[in-house]
Design a protein around this ligand. Structure first.
Ligand code: ADP
Ligand code: MG
Length: 293
């Protein structure tokens, strides 16, 4: 027999703050095995603050902050905003910078006073083949253990400073993970941030699987990996970097103030910016597509 299916009431979805761009995906939401969340700005608030600065001998913390703020002058990344904000708070005027370049999922570079300056995370150090000197390594380890994101400052090839940044887990995230587990759905996290930070957040929330230090161009591969294991996969994200993973997922879910690219790659858009709406989406899909006898 051909199962009859009750069509989704899109106005009901809209009332719940959900814009459905792909009805088949909406229908599949009730059968999801795994939901993958972007970390920064989705499970966390994405409101970083600089909570610590370390420099090598001979480099002043204020100068390091000013130099970093100069290089971050052109970036919209949450880390860039935090560094610029910290400079303003401490009354540091950044020097002039030119030739800005964004290195997706790694950091930024610019020219300041004829010097080539970079700010970025562990992925950037890998790319530039730079190792962390002992004094900064201890700072970075401590920061990692406390779930702080660390970015480094490089001047003409030398690692001269490091910044520890704190983000805050969203109030709703714990309940979202629990509710998905109650529905028999596994929860995973996908992030470009360090393993230390990713695992700290995942442990706190009881997340089953962690994909950390993933470059933007590899995020969709992690989704495919889960699909190759036979899983029907949902992906929740907001950023430009999340777009290929949203497109790859069986149910791509853009949340809140998602960037245009994320919204265009998603099947469903959660306009209220409340991650609990992911749970409501699964429940609405179940209620709407119940098979009729
Ligand atoms: P996420 O997956 O958390 O959204 P991204 O892919 O945007 O992370 O970035 C991954 C990592 O790249 C960051 O944790 C940071 O180490 C580095 N990074 C990206 N953009 C910047 C920037 N503007 N300044 C410094 N570091 C950056
Ligand atoms: Mg994000």
């Amino acid at each position: 027999a051909i199962p009859l299916v009750v069509a989704i009431n899109t106005s009901l979805a809209a009332k719940n703050g959900m814009l459905v761009r792909d009805r088949i995906a909406m229908e599949q939401a009730r059968e999801l095995d795994t939901v993958v969340f972007d970390k920064t700005g989705t499970l966390t608030r994405g409101e970083h603050g600089v909570v610590g600065i370390a420099t090598v001998d001979g480099v002043d913390e204020t100068d390091a902050l000013g130099l970093a703020a100069a290089v971050e002058g052109d970036s919209e990344h949450m880390i860039a905003r935090a560094i610029r904000h910290a400079a303003v708070e401490r009354g540091v005027a950044p020097p002039a910078a030119t030739d800005f370049e964004a290195l997706k999922g790694r950091g930024v570079r610019a020219t300041v006073d004829g010097q080539e300056v970079y700010v970025g995370g562990p992925n950037l150090l890998d790319r530039l083949d730079v190792t962390v000197p002992d004094d900064l390594a201890t700072f970075a380890e401590d920061a990692g253990e406390n779930a702080r994101t660390v970015v480094y400052l490089l001047r003409d090839g030398d690692l001269v400073g490091a910044f520890a940044m704190a983000d805050v887990i969203r109030e709703e995230s714990n309940a979202v993970v629990d509710a998905l587990h109650d529905l028999g759905i596994e929860v995973a996290m996908l992030t470009g941030d360090s393993r230390a930070v990713a695992h700290a957040v995942a442990d706190e929330l009881g997340i089953d699987t962690v994909f950390a230090e993933v470059l933007p161009e590899d995020k969709d591969k992690r989704i495919r990996q889960l699909q190759d294991e036979g899983k029907l996969v949902g992906m929740v994200g907001d950023g430009v970097n999340d777009a290929p993973a949203l497109a790859r997922a069986d149910v791509g879910i853009a949340i809140g103030s998602g960037t245009d690219v994320a919204v265009q790659s998603a099947d469903v858009i959660l306009v209220r910016n409340n991650p609990m709406d992911v749970v409501r989406l699964v429940k609405l899909s179940t209620a709407s597509y119940r098979k009729m006898q």
